[in-house]
Design a protein around this ligand. Structure first.
Ligand SMILES: Nc1ncnc2c1ncn2[C@@H]1O[C@H](COP(=O)(O)OP(=O)(O)O)[C@@H](O)[C@H]1O
Ligand SMILES: [Mg+2]
Length: 508
């Protein structure tokens, strides 16, 4: 194998294979990254990206194949081995100690942790200066934003002398401005001869930041291309295996009317602190109203408040002219308001994992039945209809939901909400973690609802999608609305500013 290699790469994987039981997660993958370049790793959900990177960072060990670091074959049995070889990985889920400061987290587990704080701080500042990072070394992690935590994670690996930086979907949780800041750091790293591997589903980011792209499909490396020679459509085709249209449709409805309005609504979180304050907005039939905001800006309370899971402290929520504050969740569902929320960890989505689709359909619809008995037949035909309509992959409609992949579970969830024929459909993060193909199926579903005059509230993370799919976008920051803008008349930058609190006094 080694004789086939022509160049000393920062990292070279040759024939890497990894199985989990019967799943072939990586199938003889070859991958190279040079010093001084950014390599993007692209692939649909489940194509094996994280698994491959976890082998470089010593979390998993390959079943077959070799890894070379600067031309030398390396054995990476632990994250410590990886760190000693100069490989550092920023995982999707951060691994920081909340009660520690930035500095304590950065030096944790190194030999220097007993040094004087001033010495450590100086060393950290030197790294910050070198790569253009900004951090308050004494700030506790529990007081930090997602972006600050990510900076600490990056500093942690740079402090250990990493010259190969691996980032697994680092921008999923960042504002556009924070993403730009991260990209500046990555460019600095590259300019100083380091290697960067970045995983992201956002094609515009791949095109902006990477020098080359390696595409994985079903555990295999399909191709590696020079970024400057390709566009988003070509990358998608390589990833999916056939051409896919990247246009998100935005049907224009001639008549829209207000169906739900929040008037001065304040809702507390379960812990008694304020979740959202003084909300004023309308939802209209035949419209998709987007909600943008940094994670945890009140999105959850907004959705749960309308659905009756949390009670508004003050203010009124008018639905078809009547105040629904104080009604039970069941009453609100029966009035025609449906809500689904995909949490960050994508667990606890309101489906019962041990039950099959049929049982999960029953959970939502039986209350509408007339007698005391559950009628299983309609639920079964509904489940079967959803499988066909949404291309849900499952061996049977009775297979427990927990054996289905995340994308398929999310389709079941949304499909179930839609089949209850709501007039108001509230959906939060329905494409969270989904690849392009599954995401587009969901956008189509939402547009279908809009065309049926349903008022849709779409809480999302990806600003490009919000801008294309929605008619208007409501921006939340620290539980308050900082703007409601017409999607066609605003920009990503403007929304990014509102997300961090720049109030734009503009009503769409
Ligand atoms: N620890 C694990 N145990 C069992 N299966 C796993 C494990 N990790 C990943 N897989 C499976 O391996 C495949 C590749 O997963 P992953 O590397 O996470 O994909 P990606 O990061 O591209 O979304 C998937 O089918 C996934 O279900
Ligand atoms: Mg992954």
């Amino acid at each position: 194998m080694a004789d086939k290699r022509k160049e000393n790469f920062a990292i070279e994987c040759v024939g890497i294979t990894k199985r989990f039981g019967s799943v072939l997660a990586n199938d003889h993958i070859d991958l190279q990254v040079r010093n001084g370049e950014v390599l993007a790793l692209l692939g649909e959900n489940g194509s094996g990206k994280t698994t491959l990177m976890n082998m470089l960072s010593g979390i998993y060990h390959p079943d077959e194949g070799s890894i070379f670091v600067n031309g030398e074959e390396a054995v990476i049995n632990s994250p410590t081995d990886a760190s000693e070889l100069g490989i550092g990985m920023i995982h999707q889920h951060f691994k920081l100690v909340d009660v520690f400061s930035a500095m304590e987290n950065i030096v944790l587990g190194t030999k220097e942790k007993y040094e004087k704080p001033a010495v450590l701080e100086e060393k950290i500042n030197a790294i910050c200066d070198k790569f253009g990072l900004e951090i308050d070394a004494r700030k506790k992690v529990y007081n930090m934003s997602v972006s600050e935590k990510q900076t600490v994670e990056i500093l942690k690996v740079l402090y250990r002398g990493a010259n190969v930086l691996i980032l697994d979907e680092p921008t999923a949780v960042l504002t556009p401005q924070e993403t730009e800041k991260l990209f500046r750091i990555l460019r600095n790293m590259k300019a100083q001869g380091n290697a960067v591997i970045i995983i992201t589903h956002k094609l515009n980011e791949v095109l902006e930041i990477s020098d080359r792209v390696t595409i994985l499909r079903k555990g295999q490396s399909i191709d590696t291309v020079e970024t400057k020679d390709c566009d988003a459509n070509q990358l998608t085709e390589l990833m999916v295996g056939r051409p896919v249209s990247l246009e998100i449709e935005r049907p224009i409805m001639d008549e829209v009317g207000t169906i739900l309005s929040c008037k001065n609504v304040t809702i507390k979180k379960a812990d008694g602190t304020i979740g959202v304050r003084n909300l004023n907005f309308d939802m209209k039939t035949g419209e998709i109203l987007g909600v943008a905001g940094v994670a945890g800006s009140g999105q959850k309370e907004l959705c749960e408040g309308i659905a009756g899971l949390l009670k508004a402290e003050c203010g009124e929520i008018h639905y078809e002219g009547k105040n629904i504050v104080g009604k039970t969740p069941e009453e609100i569902i029966n009035l025609g308001i449906s809500m689904s929320f995909v949490p960050e960890d994508r667990l606890g989505m309101g489906l019962v994992a041990s039950m099959g689709m049929v049982e999960n359909m029953l959970l939502k619809t039986y209350k509408k039945g007339k007698g005391p008995f559950l009628v299983r037949k309609p639920a079964r035909s509904l489940a079967e209809k959803l499988v066909k309509k949404l291309g849900i992959v499952t061996s049977s409609v009775d297979t427990p939901v927990r054996f289905m992949s995340g994308g398929n579970v999310q389709k079941v969830l949304l499909g179930r909400e839609i089949e209850s024929n709501p007039k108001v459909l509230i959906t939060a993060y329905p494409v969270r973690g989904l690849d392009i193909n599954s995401s587009y199926t969901i956008y189509d579903l939402l547009n279908e609802q809009k065309k049926k005059d349903v008022a849709v509230l779409y809480v999302g993370e990806d600003l490009d999608v919000l801008l294309e799919l929605c008619d208007r976008i409501l921006v939340l920051c620290h539980g308050e609305i900082t703007g409601i803008v017409d999607a066609e008349e605003t920009t990503k930058e403007e929304i990014g500013l509102m997300m961090t609190g720049e109030s734009v006094k503009k009503e769409a």
